[in-house]
Design a protein around this ligand. Structure first.
Ligand code: ADP
Length: 497
């Protein structure tokens, strides 16, 4: 929070006229602004009306537009004042409001109004284009471990509970990371309500609460993972690489003190249906952490700053939920159109910049697994060293890999028949098939055998299904060749051994 206070002062000192504080903790943000600028006169507008905290004058029911009008009529009314607007985001599509805010900002910039900043405190970012150049977005930091500890301690003493053991207090503090003060207090109250104390069982309550936050955000999904590394046939290089990173990830304190860098993430590019998503899931299982998927489509908002706000929130949520794997699916879709002209392209370019900076500077335990089908659309900056720890490409499975994939998918459905099936026949008939194609073939043949009232699955059943299927390489011949060439030219690591 200290950091937030410092930034507030810095922006105000630098004469930024409009500051947009994007936070769920509006009350706390307002308190912080009041604290930092206690030597200034405080003016506040909210849904109830307009209040001058210095003179204790109030105008209940006064609209935002009328309030701004009033302030504009006399420049001295804003001298050495901070104006805090709460609930203003409901009115930012009203031209009467945006025009007046713009006039105030211009007066501050020109020096007609001295020593004044306007703070818009809101839980969503909604900035009309007209105000974009006058507005700076500020986000509140997440609570520090010391602050969280302080909140827990004061809750315990206020509720008359006996102090927690230091170890447990530390554990609780870590799991509360990323939650707001209100949320922490609510969970603690809930934890006490069931059995009169706060104990280890309550940790699952915190986990549930974090899931809630993620669901409510609408930008990240918490993916349930059933797949493990053993469900992946082939891709030995990639699997070995992930296993090594998992070793570091799981023993991060030791690894760090040994001098190992914190794992950043991996970009897995390549043919559709060849196990990219499977690897993202298996990574989460291997690292023993939750998997969060970022939906780029949902990230893009219609207001200026909204997409960036969403990106920031998604990143903050992922960091708050760390250790975790953050899976960015179809990366190329998000960043298509980088560097182009026009509003949409500019937003994408900015969004991309935010993402790159985060990736570059990240030292939290949010491990990024980005997957992409078409690398040709990805901006070259993203592929530069230092962004991801490694870039792998997955191609169509070779003979050994196809054999493993067949045995995994047959094993999952008809384990009892596996030893009598001639895998080498299946392998020789499936050149150019993707992992997903092979799974499809197995699925169809099992269903077929059942529908024909057979007691077991035999090689011929699967051969028949193969003959009825078109492989990926048949369907996408041209684009597959083009992609293979790009991967080879750019010298990406092959995921297969
Ligand atoms: P994509 O590369 O498009 O992300 P997926 O990982 O979603 O492909 O693969 C789709 C399905 O195909 C998987 O759920 C899995 O059942 C099967 N599959 C693909 N590759 C493999 C593989 N190497 N081993 C086992 N199954 C695979």
């Amino acid at each position: 929070m200290k950091n937030f206070e410092t930034r507030l002062t810095r922006y105000m000192d630098a004469g930024f006229p409009l500051l947009y504080v994007d936070t769920f903790e509006e009350e706390k943000a307002a308190e912080t602004v009041k604290k930092v600028f206690r030597s200034y006169g405080l003016l506040e507008w909210n849904i109830r009306g307009f209040f001058d905290h210095q003179s204790h004058a109030s105008m209940t029911g006064q609209s935002l537009a009328d309030t701004l009008d009033l302030l504009l009529s006399d420049d001295s009314s804003l001298r050495r004042k901070v104006l805090v607007l709460r609930g203003a985001h409901f009115f930012l599509d009203d031209p009467a409001v945006t025009e007046r805010l713009k006039q105030i900002a211009q007066k501050i910039n020109r020096g007609d109004i001295e020593d004044c900043s306007v703070f818009i405190i809101a839980p969503v970012v909604k900035i009309p284009v007209e105000l974009e150049s006058y507005l700076t977005i500020l986000t509140m930091d997440f609570l520090t471990p010391e602050e969280i500890k302080g909140i827990i301690k004061s809750f315990i003493s206020e509720s008359g509970l006996s102090p927690l053991q230091e170890d447990f207090l530390d554990e609780l503090t870590m799991t509360f990371k990323g939650l707001s003060e209100t949320e922490i207090n609510n969970i603690l109250a809930l934890a006490v309500a069931d059995d009169g104390e706060i104990n280890h069982q309550d940790l699952s309550l915190i986990f549930e609460q974090k899931q809630q936050m993620i669901k409510k955000s609408g930008i990240l999904d918490m993916v349930t993972v059933n797949e493990s590394i053993d469900d992946i046939g082939g891709l030995e290089n990639l699997k070995k690489w992930l296993q090594r990173k998992a070793e570091v990830f799981k023993n991060i304190t030791k690894a760090r003190s040994f001098g190992v860098d914190v794992p950043k993430g991996v970009l897995i590019a390549g043919m559709p249906g060849c196990g990219k998503s499977l690897n993202a899931k298996a990574a989460a299982k291997l690292f023993g952490v939750p998997l969060l998927r970022m939906d780029m489509g949902r990230l893009m908002g219609k207001y200026v700053g909204e997409s960036e706000g969403n990106m920031r929130r998604a990143i903050a949520l992922a960091e708050a939920s760390s250790p975790c794997v953050l899976w960015i699916d179809e990366l190329e879709k998000a960043f298509a159109g980088i560097g182009g002209q026009g509003g949409g392209a500019e937003v994408t370019t900015r969004l991309f910049g935010n993402f790159l900076t985060w990736l570059q500077e990240k030292d939290s335990l949010a491990f990024v697994v980005a997957t992409a089908n078409n690398i040709a659309d990805l901006p070259p900056e993203l592929l530069r060293k230092g962004r991801f720890d490694e870039i792998f490409y997955v191609g169509l499975p070779n003979k050994e890999e196809r054999e493993k994939i067949f045995s995994i998918h047959i094993g999952k459905r008809r384990k009892q028949d596996l030893s009598s099936i001639d895998l080498s026949t299946l392998v020789s008939k499936t050149e150019g098939y993707s992992g997903a194609d092979i799974e499809g073939v197995v699925r169809d043949s099992v269903e077929d055998a059942f529908a024909s009232r057979k007691n077991s699955l035999v090689t011929d059943d699967i051969v028949r299904a193969i003959n009825n299927t078109h492989s990926l390489s048949e369907i996408m011949k041209d684009s597959l060749e083009k992609m293979s060439k790009i991967y080879k030219d750019r010298k990406f690591k092959n995921a297969s051994a």
